[in-house]
Design a protein around this ligand. Structure first.
Ligand code: NAP
Ligand code: HSE
Length: 438
């Protein structure tokens, strides 16, 4: 039986998962592939580390060139993370004529303009399934399963840490800080949790989703990102009373020759499937013009779910190698000359419904003044909710307004006018509401 030789950069959480899967499921993989997959080399930072992995016969070294220069290596698998060395080895591998698999969403978002053109230029396969939603095969669904569809929107819960925190806050009334500490203890959050809770991880995954959905290469820094630090138990409770759940959503849409690509806490109706996605689970909801609504759901992180996606990419590429072909499916689903570089619509230009929570003194005329400012900019109110009355005239009360569709620019302009008013006690809480079909 033929053996396909793999060179792995990284034997951490995901690299370890890949090693275990290749070992434990080797018979199944051989039966499906008609060939064996073998990790021949691995490059790590510390080759002396005890890893508890099945690595018999694997040459473990520290020099990145050891894999690139080894003619025996058929497929390069990048599982280190980061964007510098990772870009160097991915570009180096493609230049050396070796197909690549990577789980690295940061690399694919931040260095998209180098990585994807190189994959196109060389015609070599680039497996990226594990970079978004871990073990959930959503990228393959977008690129292949939905190849005949125009994607109208793609909305994802793609950061397990944030979803875990928001779920705990919703189900147990817990506050943000202690639940984040718990998520870190459980190993869900990245080493630096700002990457998760400030929306960067979600935005990088959104860049990959949007690029695949639209055959595009968006400029990653233009994606609007807002994390979940500002969400309070009060907002979770009021949203609940109004029939919504708060989720950190990655939202992508095509708008003429531009795209919307934004990440922010979002009110999702209780009866929508996305509001039922709890804990560390991920889900990507999308609508295609033929298929309608579709939801992919599962484990978005962890050694074995992510390793499962990496190994499936390796098997896909191995099939091409065994058949003696380069790659049937272009990296971003479209031919090179059809790739687009659409601008991302600035957040001020989007339209949405809004949850606005004002902290005000409970005085006559307060509400009239707020609604008159909003009305002067054409913002219409859908509903109003004042959860409690003040016991003393100087106590703040919360007033929540839900708007009809409005332009973000108009809402922001109104808040600039409202916040300096003498009865307003602090910054307004603004959370966008997403009306999802299906
Ligand atoms: P990790 O546990 O920190 O492992 C990183 C591995 O890369 C380690 O084996 C490390 O070597 C090696 N490494 C790091 N820098 C290196 C360098 N400069 N030279 C050589 N080796 C180096 O990371 P991970 O969680 O497996 O994540 C790997 C990738 O998968 C990242 O791109 C991440 O975003 C992505 N991903 C992770 C998950 C997840 O659940 N963890 C899910 C989806 C995608 P040592 O072991 O010697 O330190
Ligand atoms: N920290 C990420 C998460 C890991 O919480 O989803 C997977 O990319």
């Amino acid at each position: 039986m033929k053996t396909i030789h793999l060179g792995l950069y990284g034997l951490g959480v995901v690299g370890g998962g890949v090693a275990h899967i290749l070992h434990r499921n080797q018979e199944l993989i051989q039966a499906r592939l008609g060939a064996a997959l073998k990790i021949s080399r691995a490059v790590v930072r510390d080759p002396k580390k005890t890893r508890g992995l099945p690595l018999d016969g694997v040459k473990v070294t520290t020099d990145p060139n050891d894999i690139l220069n080894d003619p025996e290596i058929d497929i390069v698998v990048e599982l280190m993370g980061g964007t510098d060395l990772a870009a160097q080895v991915v570009l180096g591998a493609l230049n050396a004529g070796k197909p690549v698999v990577t789980a690295n969403k940061a690399l694919l978002a931040v260095r998209a303009a180098e990585i994807f053109p190189k994959a196109y230029e060389t015609g070599l396969p680039l497996g990226i399934e594990a970079s978004v939603a871990g073990g959930v095969p959503v990228l393959r669904a977008l690129r292949e399963g939905l190849a005949a569809d125009h994607i109208e929107e793609v909305c994802g819960i793609v950061n397990g840490t944030c979803n875990y925190i928001l779920t705990k806050m919703t189900q147990e009334g817990a506050a943000f800080g202690p639940v984040l500490a718990e998520a870190q203890k459980l190993g869900y959050a990245e080493a630096d949790p700002t990457f998760d809770v400030d929306g960067h991880d979600t935005a990088q995954k959104l860049a990959v989703l949007v690029n695949l959905a639209y055959g595009a290469m968006v400029h990653y820094p233009d994606i609007y990102k807002e994390g979940i630090r500002g969400i309070t138990p009060l907002d979770i409770e009021y949203a609940k009373q109004l029939g919504y759940t708060i989720k950190l959503l990655a939202i992508g849409k095509r708008v003429g020759d531009k795209v919307e690509a934004r990440v922010h806490p979002t009110l999702v109706a209780h009866n929508h499937l996305l509001s039922q996605v709890n804990g560390v689970f991920n889900a990507v909801y999308l609508t295609g013009d033929n298929v309608g609504a579709s939801l992919s759901y599962g484990r978005g992180a962890g050694a074995e779910p992510t390793g499962s996606a990496v190994v499936s990419d390796i098997m896909d590429i191995a099939r091409d190698l065994l058949a003696g072909v380069k790659s049937k499916v272009p990296p971003l689903g479209v031919k090179k000359d059809q790739l687009i570089r659409p601008a991302i619509l600035p957040i001020e230009d989007i339209s949405s419904e809004y949850y606005l929570r004002f902290q005000v003194l409970d005085r006559p005329g307060t509400l009239a003044k707020i609604t008159s400012v909003l009305g002067s900019r054409g913002i219409s109110i859908q509903s109003m909710f004042q959860p409690s009355q003040a016991e003393h005239p100087e106590d703040p009360v919360q007033v929540i307004l839900i708007t009809h569709q409005a332009k973000e620019r108009d809402v922001a302009g109104s808040l600039k006018e409202i916040e300096p008013l003498d009865f307003v006690l602090g910054k307004t809480q603004l959370i966008r509401i997403e009306r999802l079909g299906g």
